[in-house]
Design a protein around this ligand. Structure first.
Ligand SMILES: [Zn+2]
Ligand SMILES: [Zn+2]
Length: 87
């Protein structure tokens, strides 16, 4: 993940990320601050605040019956696929 080196002072977010609600599967999620350019690869992935460690998070999603697809560029979650229902 890119490090934010500039002082980012805005009421919409915390250190470049803005809380955007609670997903039933992911838990509390954040998005890039609306005032910042979004990731070019995905155009707006979400970042679960519970995910301290991605492999651990993947296990948690699997336990809830989902497989999370991450953006390779920003490591946010792009889509959730229900395990067992196929593509
Ligand atoms: Zn902001
Ligand atoms: Zn992305």
């Amino acid at each position: 993940m890119a490090t934010v080196s500039v002082e980012h002072d805005c009421p919409l977010c915390i250190e470049g990320f803005a809380p955007c609600g609670i997903d039933p599967v992911l838990g509390p999620v954040m998005q890039f601050c609306p005032t910042q350019p979004h990731c070019d690869s995905c155009g707006g992935a979400v970042f679960p605040t519970d995910a301290d460690c991605m492999p651990q998070f993947a296990d948690l999603m699997a336990a809830r019956g989902y497989h999370a697809i991450f953006c390779p560029a920003c490591t946010g979650v792009i889509v959730l696929i229900r395990i067992g229902e196929g593509f």
